[in-house]
Design a protein around this ligand. Structure first.
Ligand code: 4GX
Length: 239
């Protein structure tokens, strides 16, 4: 998968993209990311990329010409152009999986009050929001999107790891334990030390259901539940 990024702050991408799982995916060539400095297309001696809003008001707006100069070549080679924008479609597990199936993404990071509406309308294919809060720019959202999408690219992590993701199974994940067996008087549940694989699986399923019921009961509507799951849920909600 190929990802291009258009930003005024290319340095924000350096450390996150060379670290840990995503760093390794780039090293191995499973994903490639090219970061483009929008300033390179700035206008005039000061390489200006923004200006005051027509009609007045606070803040600055990105001008359309530098954006077009940066994005047109990416459109030409077939990238799906995605703007990070609090007014966009919410990034969910479903959308991350859809975007992981796109061979070439171009992520556009706005700053200030956003971009000229003509640039948004003519240069952008999709608009994605990472949630209902306001950030200072689209760079952190772009990194969130890259992280969420890249881990779904085949070979980046073991498939089992993301097939059991909460939002793929429709349930929150069960608690996990590692060494030591006793920590500050708190013990690892005995069933996990028992070596009974079927009992471990049943315990984990029950704990997933318990956690989902307590914390995110809304997820249960869409979850794929067996008769056994419904029986456990019944028992849990009575307790
Ligand atoms: N999920 N922001 C973008 C500037 C901006 C405004 C409008 C394009 C259009 C955000 C979010 C987010 C703040 C990033 C405003 N760019 N982006 N920035 N939440 O809050 O995606």
């Amino acid at each position: 998968m190929r990802i291009d990024v258009v930003t005024l702050f290319p340095e924000l991408f350096e450390v996150p993209l060379r670290t840990s799982i995503i760093g390794r995916a780039l090293e191995r060539g499973l994903v490639s990311v090219d970061v483009h400095d929008l300033r390179a297309h700035g206008l005039g001696r000061h390489r200006s990329v923004d200006d005051y809003p027509y009609g007045g008001g606070a803040g600055m707006i990105l001008r359309p010409e530098p954006l077009a100069a940066a994005i047109d070549p990416l459109r030409e080679v077939g990238a799906l152009v995605v703007l990070l924008d609090p007014a966009g479609e919410r990034l969910t597990d479903r959308l991350a999986r859809e975007l992981a199936g796109v061979a070439h993404l171009a992520l556009v990071c706005g700053r200030y009050e956003g971009l000229d509406e003509r640039a948004r309308g003519s240069l952008v294919d999709r608009e994605v929001s990472i949630g209902d809060y306001v950030l200072t720019g689209g760079e952190l959202p772009a990194l969130v999107l890259i992280d969420a999408v890249a881990r779904l690219v085949p070979g980046v992590i073991e498939a089992e790891s993301h097939e059991s993701d909460s939002f793929a199974t429709g349930l929150l994940e069960h608690p996990q334990y590692t060494r030591p067996e006793s920590f500050r008087g708190m013990e690892v549940p005995a069933v996990l030390l028992s070596g009974h694989h079927a009992e471990v699986a049943r315990w984990r399923r029950r704990e997933s259901l318990r956690r989902t019921l307590l914390r995110r009961p809304d997820l249960l509507q869409a979850a794929d539940l067996s008769d056994e799951d419904r029986r456990m849920l019944d028992e849990l909600s009575r307790a």
